[in-house]
Design a binder for this molecule. Sequence first.
Ligand code: FAD
Length: 543
Amino acid sequence: MAVTDLHPHLRAEHIEQMSAFGHRLGIAQGEYLLRSGEKAHSLFVILEGTVGIFDDTTQERITTHQPTEFTGNMTALSDRRFEYNAVALTDVVVLQVPQLRLKELISQTQELSELLLRTFLVRRVSEVENKYGSIKLFGSRYCPAVFRLKEFFSKNHVQYVWVDLEKDATSERILQEFGVGVEETPVVITNDHKIFKTPSVEEIAAELGLSSLQDASVFDVVVVGAGPAGLAASVYAASEGLQVATIDALGPGGQAGTSSKIENYLGFPLGISGSELASQAYLQAQKFGCHISIPHEVKSLRFEGNVFQLSLASGHTLKSSTVIAATGAAYRKLSFPNLAMYEGRGVYYAATPMELQLVRGKEVIIVGGGNSAGQAAVFLSAHSSKVHLVIRGHDLRNSMSSYLIRRLEHDPNVTLYTHTEVTALAGDGYLAQVELTDRLSQQKTWKDISNLFLFLGAQPCSAWLRSMTCLDEKGFVVTGRDLTQDTLARYQWPLQRLPQSLETCVPGLFAVGDMRSGSVKRVASAVGEGSMAVSQVHAFLTA
Ligand SMILES: Cc1cc2nc3c(=O)[nH]c(=O)nc-3n(C[C@H](O)[C@H](O)[C@H](O)COP(=O)(O)OP(=O)(O)OC[C@H]3O[C@@H](n4cnc5c(N)ncnc54)[C@H](O)[C@@H]3O)c2cc1C
């Protein structure tokens, strides 16, 4: 990565443009411009002198900014906390641009906004590569809470270092010296040295500034779900000036975020990882001023006092004139009584770099014949000692794209088991054995394999809408022309006009992406529907 990409010099006209959004400030040598842990912080353009960026834990100097360079990373546009200390190495003169003004600048300028966003992205890559600004997670690989926190960090692009207490006896001793017992792990230490014992995901999200909810008495639109459909809706709604709030129960990216490589999304000839796609879309939504709050699960929706009221698991209520439901689908599970015991301890529902940390070099079993199973097999085959792909059917042709089938057929590391199913799991606290049964011969075989990936298809996340709108027999939300006159009458559709194509049987409530009945379960169609829904929201609001 070129140093100039990380530290571009602003031209004189850029600085002049930025001056309209900030103010000059003199800071004495040794003073802090920003401290680790600050939220909604300013961006500083260095006009005279030099500024050092330091890791708060190691005190290592990560970089030095010279005149015409600027501070800042992805946190500059969100409520997330800054992870470093920015210190004046000499007496400096800076241009301070507060966060709100920075957002205005980004929405009003083109070349400058591109330069800033590109630099933030490049800095993000450098932070990930160098593990700068990481928060620390101490906990055992066998602890489900550790898995939940790691999943949350990965989904939300929170840089972290995990110390596996099963492998690192020294850390366990250090924790004991601090009076932290095993029963109090996992322990999270933030960049500003706060210690959290057995924290919940919600607690950590609040600490990191991810879950704050925007103030507005009534939003124009609330987007529920930040998968591809919800992110697209958020980008379009915010860019078109609607007052929008987006919430997600776990993190941006949805199912697509768990894909190791999406190869069929237009514009990415080399493919793009789901996490990368989600990260870029997340930044794009923020660029247009969309506020995304995570983790917030919507529990129910009602229409009261002429507005939609969304009740969140956190106890908050959001009010909005319209709602775009984009809560997608969640993976199906096997119906073994002991399945929950192994989730995160040998049983996984996604194959991302996070799961890879746990299974690298080992044998894995993948169950499922769809594209998600195929992608996982290709991804894991490159890093594990053997992939056993298990399907109930006769072959993959009816369920998997042919480009994936071709790759798997030519991969000597992948063995396909047809008409086979998983019939039992065993292991003491951690998965150790998986029983496979041949459905034709009924022959049972125990495999001593402790990594099982399940890709069994998905079911719609529509429970929160059940009392309000019409779902099909599988629980997908029915919209547009699929709503018959009878259904509309049953749900007391109150208007002369018929529902728009993505509108449900409740005026102003739209459903998009995988949760919608009849939708094509693809990233591109989810993105398309998310953006289309915004024009239908406009039509509704202006009618
Ligand atoms: C492993 C895998 C690989 C895939 N590969 C490809 C591919 O290569 N190409 C392709 O085109 N498609 C692929 N797909 C399919 C694609 O990812 C989906 O079609 C797409 O993600 C659907 O987007 P969505 O926004 O509708 O829903 P989702 O992606 O399911 O997102 C829904 C979001 O809503 C949130 N949510 C759910 N319930 C609530 C609630 N009550 N409150 C708040 N938030 C909630 C979830 O946390 C989630 O973030 C793949 C899917 C998987 C699982």
